[in-house]
Every structure is written in structure tokens, then in C-alpha cells.
Design a protein around this ligand. Sequence first.
Ligand SMILES: NC(=O)c1ccc[n+]([C@@H]2O[C@H](COP(=O)([O-])OP(=O)(O)OC[C@H]3O[C@@H](n4cnc5c(N)ncnc54)[C@H](OP(=O)(O)O)[C@@H]3O)[C@@H](O)[C@H]2O)c1
Length: 368
Amino acid sequence: MLHRSLVPSDDDAAAAGAQPAVPRSTESVAEPHNRVVQVSRFGDADGLEVIDAVMPKAGRGEVRVRVLASSLQYTDVLIRRHLYPQTARHRPPFVMGYDVVGEIDQIGDGVRDFQIGNRVADMTVVGSNADYRTLRAGDVARVPAGVDAAEAATLILSWTTAYQLLHRAARVQRGQRVLVHGAAGAVGQALLALGRLAGLDVWGAARGEHAALIRELEATPIDYQREDFTRVLPGGFDVVFDGIGEDGYRRSFAALKPGGLLLAIGFSASVQAQRRMLPIMMEIARLYLWRLLPGGKRAYFYSVNVMRARHPIWFKEDLERLFGLLATGAIRPRVAERISFDKVAEAHRRLEAGGLEGKLVLCPEFSS
Ligand SMILES: NC(=O)c1ccc[n+]([C@@H]2O[C@H](COP(=O)([O-])OP(=O)(O)OC[C@H]3O[C@@H](n4cnc5c(N)ncnc54)[C@H](OP(=O)(O)O)[C@@H]3O)[C@@H](O)[C@H]2O)c1
């Protein structure tokens, strides 16, 4: 990955989470060092670069954190490729980093509830692949003492999404039969683990080589390359969670029982097929027409950001509940590898190649 110390910055970039690059000549020796991973152009992972950036300062109502962990996920690939609706208005350069677990090292005016050294977390969408960043104090969740920062970071997007899909969107009931696509992935594993805790009967569709992992998570594996998931359960599933969107979600809808619910959350298949944003969005819009079909089935698209905007308290409550489950050992998220800044571009390539069974987490302290 390219590492440089001087890049232009603009207002868009600042709004998108970029911190202005700092020229070497004015770099302060007294201040700790700040590095960020920035997108210099939309497209492949070669457009990512590590740059030195100015140290952000906590403004009114903000805290500054020393970043302990920031996890990487498939959604970062969408952002980098300019295929993510929530960041469609961002223009490079901007700083990557969907989530953050950090330790507060500076407190802005007007912040009363936090102290230096408290550990907090937030879902920032961009801007957290950094040594330091600022956060709005009102947005952050508390991270209990003793939990591993990298494991905590894996919960912020993927597990909160899974928790909300189950308990806020589908409002699942013990004993229901659910199908999870991409079951070996980050959200998929979380759905399997939390589905088991909720007393569900869970099937996980994934490549055959992930079957052992899916059994370990106490779900029934479906090798989607050999088996037809629309036929494994005569009568159909109560709920199907689909982050792949193969065939425009049609077969997932077909796999529901009458009155069942399809929750679409992603479109990895369309991204792999290099489709553009507009046709993907039209495919998602079509889901809402299917409820007019006979059979009483429903389908809609869940977005963790839309739900957070509507119910900010839910997001914080759900994330803190997950941190509690982590602290007691009730859930055990998998960290595939803790990486340094220089490995972030490679991590994006690994995410696109597939086959991972745990999350890649940037831990700035591993970088020299
Ligand atoms: N709407 C929301 O709020 C929200 C929140 C989080 C994530 N998402 C979306 O949900 C999806 C999953 O996210 P994630 O973080 O769990 O991703 P992930 O960790 O990359 O997992 C995706 C899984 O899907 C499998 N997969 C990929 N392409 C496939 C295909 N064409 N057919 C069948 N299986 C395929 C992969 O299997 P292999 O490893 O075997 O290739 C992988 O196990 C992504 O589309 C993401 O953007 C949405």
C-alpha cells in the first residue's frame, strides 16, 4: 500500500471524514502521530493509501479517541467502489473506516459523562481507519472493561445488524425456522449465533467448505452450489435473510412459507457482476411490490443506518447489549487477523476474494 505524507484535501473530504494531510515540515514533534487510510480514487484497492494527517481536536460536545480497533467488512469494498448509497455523495479523498473502538484521550467543552481513559465505540461509516479521530459524545456506546478491543469492533456493524434484523425488524419468535444466506460471513455468523440464542431453528447457506463452521454455530448447513435452498424445507421458512441478492432475491422470496418475511440486506452478487448502482436500487425497490402478490409474504430492505437514524437509542442499546454478551462470553465473534495500516489494501482484496471465516481488524498499535 502506498504511504505518503502530503495530499490535497477539500471540503467534501473533510465532511466525509478525511483529516487534512500534514506536510512534514510543519509536523509537530510534541503531538502524537496520526495516520489514516484514505481513498484517493474510487475503484480497486490500489486507490487506498496510508497518509500522515493532522491530529484532530475534540470540539464542543465531542471526544477524541486513540483508535484501538477498526474492523473491515465487505461494506468497505462497496464504499471504495462507489456502490454504497449512504456514501454516494462522498468524493475522494476521504478516510475509510466503518467502526471504531477507542480510548478517550481528549474531551471537548460541554461533555460531562466521560473521562479520559474511558473506552467507547461508534459506527462512523467512514473516517475510523486512523490513529486518532473525534466522535460526538452523544453517539458513542460504552465498551466494558476487560473486553478485547478487536472483538468488540467486530460487533459494531455486523452483529448489531444481525441483532436488529432478528429482534427489531423480524421480531423473531422461539422455534421459528429461518434461512441465512452468506452464513459464513460476518453478518451471517452473527445471525447464526444470535439466532441460536433466540431459540430459532437456523439453516445457513454457504459454500460447502464452510459447513463445519456452520455446524459449529449449531445451524444446518446448505451447500448452495449443490443444493436448492428453495426445496430443503417443504412448507418454507418463516424468515429469510439475504445479503447476496442472487437472481434479484426471487428465490429467497420463493423459499418463504405463506405469510413469511424476506429481509434483504445486501447485493454482493450484483457487485461481483459489476452492475451499476441504479439497476441495483431498482431491484431493491421491486421488493416492495411483491407484498401485493397472493400468499401474504412480505419483503423489504433493512439498513442499519436508516434504522439508527430513526431509532438512535435502539442502536446504542443493542450495541451495549452485545458488548455485555461479549463480556460474559455468551458470544464469541471471530477475528481472522489483527492487521496494521500497511495491510489494509490487502485486506480489501481478501474481502473481495471471499473465503474468510472471521473479521480482519485494523489495530493501529500493530503499525510502526
Ligand atoms: N443493510 C445493512 O444494514 C447491512 C449491514 C451489514 C452488511 N450488509 C451487507 O450484507 C452482506 C454481507 O455482509 P458481510 O459483512 O457479512 O460480508 P462477508 O463477511 O463478506 O460475508 C458474505 C458471505 O457471503 C458469501 N458470498 C459472497 N458472494 C456470494 C454469492 N454470489 N453467492 C453466495 N454466497 C456469496 C461469502 O462466502 P465466501 O466467503 O465463501 O465467498 C461470505 O461468506 C454484504 O452485501 C453487506 O454489504 C448490509
